[in-house]
Design a protein around this ligand. Sequence first.
Ligand code: ADP
Ligand code: MG
Length: 302
Amino acid sequence: ATPTALLVGTGRGAQLGALIKGPEILESTRRVDTVVLDKTGTVTEGRMSVEGVDVPAAVGTSTEALRFAGAVEALSEHPVAQAVAASAREADGATGLPDVTGFRNHAGGGVEGTVTDDNGAHHVLVGRPAWLAEQGAAVGDEVAHAVTVAQESGATAVVVAWDGSARGVVRLRDTVKATSADAVGQLRQLGLRPVLLTGDNAPSARAAAAAVGIAEDDVIADVRPEDKVAVVERLQGEGAVVAMVGDGVNDAAALAQADLGLAMGTGTDVAIEASDITLVRGDLRVAATAIRLSRRTLRVIK
Ligand code: ADP
Ligand code: MG
């Protein structure tokens, strides 16, 4: 292998929007046969918007649920949190969101904090339905039903609880990037198996997978951040040479474990640092470009 050819390869990669950490990375890039794609922020825009708020238990109003949820979410950077906070600010107009104390972020679950309004202090939880139940919030049948209906429509549903019980369901939607279907098609053409991996719920994950052409059997949903790495290890144990593409703090361990880690340049620094290749503009098609380039470069050398 001539070092010059490898350097030319990485230089060409940079021109095409793939920052390759070192020439030796081209060899692992060439060998991958499975590409694990994070959903939120990688396959989708990662910019959620609030579609509606339900108060199925008929305690509290949807305005109140959104206001409490938004106040706590304003302190988190998660895409769900930003959408909820923006929607609450918009609904609130001039009043401003209430103060929050004791904020805590629970990665892959949700957020908690104490919100104080004219009626006193309320302990608020906002997050994944199963996580709320784990935290000891009472999630009644009406709320659980509203969550199922929302998820079956392809939405991400987060539950808002205060003073011990779940009272609101916030329905959010994210859009699949315009380039994702083409990117998945290109990866397939290169003979790779695309797998969708997400902490989001299964119906919403299946909807995104269908939109980009990933088989239902290759959708792995409801995965906690700490379990994403285990999914990569499992695939490796089955003999796969795995590339992982992600953008979030929650993807970092899996990016490092993968045979090849690719980070969205639009993603977090933690993901970029854990990766071998950065896709500068966050364009998934460039993952296919990098693989094609590595094959061509190493074919020339051998
Ligand atoms: P992804 O793999 O899709 O990027 P995460 O692992 O970050 O997702 O989160 C998984 C799920 O946990 C989200 O789909 C959401 O339901 C819930 N969640 C995480 N953080 C928050 C938050 N700040 N507010 C509400 N829900 C959250
Ligand atoms: Mg993500």
